[in-house]
Design a protein around this ligand. Structure first.
Ligand code: BES
Ligand code: MN
Ligand code: ZN
Length: 496
């Protein structure tokens, strides 16, 4: 898909559809719609009067062959109340319009941004949303929706004097949208197609193409490094584990900036191990590598966006399967850090592999740490499929991430980390145990386990178990992987 900026009068723009949005107001035909209303001889005002056009959020009004416009369709999308409008609403509108129009066979669309919103952030948001909306999860279908993809979108409503800045914003949006699709493509892969080895190869290919330094550690290197926690998960199956390390070195490092370590859980399939999961819904455990895929997507984006901060990405990857060689409840493992762990439940494997991933990232020189993981079912109980769970050991750093989430239109919510929860993870026969000895708060106790390995290094944990996968298609996004947290992390890295 091509994304361009168009500054010509919209009525003259030829396209399969001209798209804009309308607010739920007493006088909804505001500035950017006035020209369309005039060109169409008062059509919009008539539609409002007839009650056809209310501006209610995501209400679609499609008009064919609108007299007075060069476009063959006019699509107006409800944007809700003006005062509640945000980048997040604009993303949904642009994404939903893209998906609705491609289903109708449109190839070329013009998206008109309202006068009051025609800034760089909007241009970036529309480019991102159109890019992610144009992505389908039908790689393994023989009858593909991808054949119906939109070929070009022109973003209109901008003045010629703002062209350079708006085009740069579009390019940024494009980069981030492409990175999200890269992540979604990985997450969508089933476990028979995407083993830790294949993930390593794909990460290596991506890094080479993006010009990033990359190293994929095999099982021998992992054993040399004494990553006992990761190896304990991997020992249950024939597929060897991998640790992917990708480094971004800035051309102009900000001397005050930290070295950011991004650690992502990449369990390519989680059966639970000997503490096996129920059959119902187990197929979804192919997305248990979403944290790792998100971090790889972040690296892909920043290779192009070139922040002023060094970033080290560490993705430990393994399957969690069952066999005679699988670890068993009660087994005691020694992690890379030297801390010992009683594995009371083999299904709490994400924290085991993150423990070694975090220790390794610190050893490689990371001075702040962020991990992303589909860590707990309990986060779905706490926050449903709406918010990412955020946990942190350093409030100013956590606040910075939450500000990036807000700016990126991703919903995230911080949970507490009182010392009381920490007690639940102390082991009886080893330093730590991998599940809580108490009741409830499963996402918090899981976070505490990981925090023990971060130690005094400022650390944030993102539990994306509830948000990395959409069970149902959204009007603006296909069913399946969401690449949640990628935009926030890119924004955070760019803010140094
Ligand atoms: N991968 C799962 C968490 C998960 C659950 C991800 C639902 C996506 C959707 C994780 O490895 C796991 O099994 N966690 C256990 C932890 C428990 C044994 C303490 C869980 O949440 O049940
Ligand atoms: Mn598990
Ligand atoms: Zn898991």
């Amino acid at each position: 898909m091509q994304i361009t900026l168009e500054t010509k009068p919209y009525a003259t723009l030829e396209a399969d559809a001209l798209v804009s949005y309308i607010f739920e107001e007493s006088d909804p035909i505001q500035s950017h719609l006035l020209e369309i209303d005039r060109s169409t001889n008062g059509l919009l005002k008539k539609l409002v009067k007839a009650g056809e056009l209310t501006g209610k959020t995501l209400e679609f009004t499609l008009i064919h062959a609108p007299a007075g416009l060069a476009a063959s369709r006019l699509l107006l999308v409800g944007a809700g109340k003006r005062e509640q409008f945000s980048g997040a609403t604009l993303r949904k509108i642009a994404g939903a319009a893209t998906r609705a129009l491609k289903a109708k066979g449109a190839k070329k669309i013009v998206f008109l941004v309202g006068e009051n919103d025609a800034n760089d952030a909007s241009a970036q948001a529309v480019a991102e949303a159109a890019t992610t909306a144009n992505f389908e999860t039908d790689k393994y279908k023989t009858d593909k929706k991808t054949d119906k993809n939109i070929e070009s979108i022109a973003i209109a409503g901008y003045s010629e004097s703002s062209r350079a800045a708006a085009e740069a914003a579009i390019a940024t949006g494009r980069t981030i949208g492409d990175a999200q699709n890269f992540t979604r493509d990985l997450v969508n892969e089933p476990s028979n197609k995407l083993t830790p080895r294949v993930l390593g190869e794909k990460a290596e290919a991506m890094a080479r193409e993006a010009g990033l330094a990359v190293e994929v550690l095999d099982e021998r290197r992992i054993a040399d490094l004494k990553m006992g926690a990761l190896l304990s998960v991997a020992q249950g199956g024939p597929e060897p584990p991998r640790v992917i390390v990708i480094t971004y070195v800035p051309p102009k490092p900000n001397p005050g900036a930290p070295v950011i370590g991004l650690i992502g859980k990449a369990v390519t399939f989680d059966t639970g191990g000997v503490s096996i999961k129920p059959a119902d819904g187990m197929e979804k455990m192919k997305y248990d590598m979403a944290g790792g895929a998100t971090m790889l997507g972040v690296m892909r984006a920043i290779a192009t966006l070139k922040p002023n901060v060094k970033v080290i990405c560490v993705v430990p990857s393994t399957e969690n399967v069952v066999s005679g060689s699988a670890q068993k409840p009660g087994d005691i493992q020694t992690s890379m850090s030297g801390k010992t762990i009683e594995v009371l439940n083999t299904d709490a494997e994400g924290r085991l592999i993150l423990a070694d991933g975090i220790t390794f990232a610190k050893q490689l020189g990371a001075t702040v740490l962020i991990d992303a993981a589909t860590l707990t079912g309990a986060i779905v109980v706490a926050l449903a499929n709406v918010n990412v769970g955020v946990f942190g050991s350093d409030q100013p750093f956590t606040d910075k991430l939450l500000a990036s989430a807000k700016a990126s239109g991703e919903k995230m919510w911080q949970l507490p980390m009182d010392d009381e929860y920490r007690e639940f993870m102390k082991g009886s026969f080893a330093d730590l145990q991998n599940i809580s000895s108490g009741k409830g708060g499963g996402s918090i106790t899981g976070a505490w386990f990981i925090r023990e390995f971060a130690g005094d290094t400022p650390w944030i944990h993102l539990d994306i178990a509830g948000t990395a996968w959409n069970d149902d298609a959204k009007p603006w996004l296909a069913k399946g992987p969401t690449a949640v947290a990628l935009r926030t992390l890119v924004h955070l890295v760019m803010s140094y």
